[in-house]
Write a protein that binds this ligand. Sequence first.
Ligand SMILES: Nc1nc2c(ncn2[C@@H]2O[C@H](COP(=O)(O)OP(=O)(O)OP(=O)(O)O)[C@@H](O)[C@H]2O)c(=O)[nH]1
Ligand SMILES: [Mg+2]
Length: 222
Amino acid sequence: MKVFMARDLLQTNAGMAQRNRGVFSRHNILAINLISSPGAGKTTLLEKMLDALAGEMNIAVIEGDIYTSRDAQRLEDKGVEVIQINTAGACHLDAGMIAGVLKEMPLEKLDMIVIENVGNLVCPAEFDLGEDFKISVLSVSEGSDKPAKYPLIFRQSRACIINKIDLIPYTDFQLEQVIDEIKDINGNLEIFPVSATKGDGMGAWISWIRDMQKGKSRSAGE
Ligand SMILES: Nc1nc2c(ncn2[C@@H]2O[C@H](COP(=O)(O)OP(=O)(O)OP(=O)(O)O)[C@@H](O)[C@H]2O)c(=O)[nH]1
Ligand SMILES: [Mg+2]
């Protein structure tokens, strides 16, 4: 019987993530990793991001799902390269899976890679994929207590999107209180309350991510 220790697996992952980071950096690609509970709105956000940004930069998407290619199919008509990874049961993407698909991607042409991780607030937070940063997505319908209950992902992220703010009137979600709790966990987080479906707040998020991509390509040129 083969036994693998979680600590050793994480070390192997860290080495592979470092290699991915080198690949992104050599090609001046901004790589972001979207993480949330199932159904918080990652694919919907991505659809709207592609509508806004695909005409001005070359974006590719890596879709992580346990099963099915449904999210990849939703994004394919946006005219960008979409690669599906089915983890066949695993609750997160790891750096080795990303390294495997990077070999198949037209890296020299790309400005940004968006990775949609498997819907899960816990395991994906543990795995560095070599991305520039993680983005956590929390949705109003999940309840106000989620940042306090699952702090790791908020600690690990560079930005947090609070999605589905159009549903606030129908729930007991306390937006200001949640923002304060998230800031207590990570005071450096950029926080974007949005409604991906209605469009509220999306301008600020899109312009922030656009600036991050420009910053990465500028720093590469220095
Ligand atoms: N009311 C409302 N619904 C939304 C919003 N964003 C997404 N949804 C809905 O939430 C549901 C889930 O959205 P997805 O984009 O598939 O969520 P996801 O995080 O990609 O889901 P998984 O990939 O399965 O984890 C869909 O029915 C969306 O239409 C929003 O801003 N407001
Ligand atoms: Mg999705």
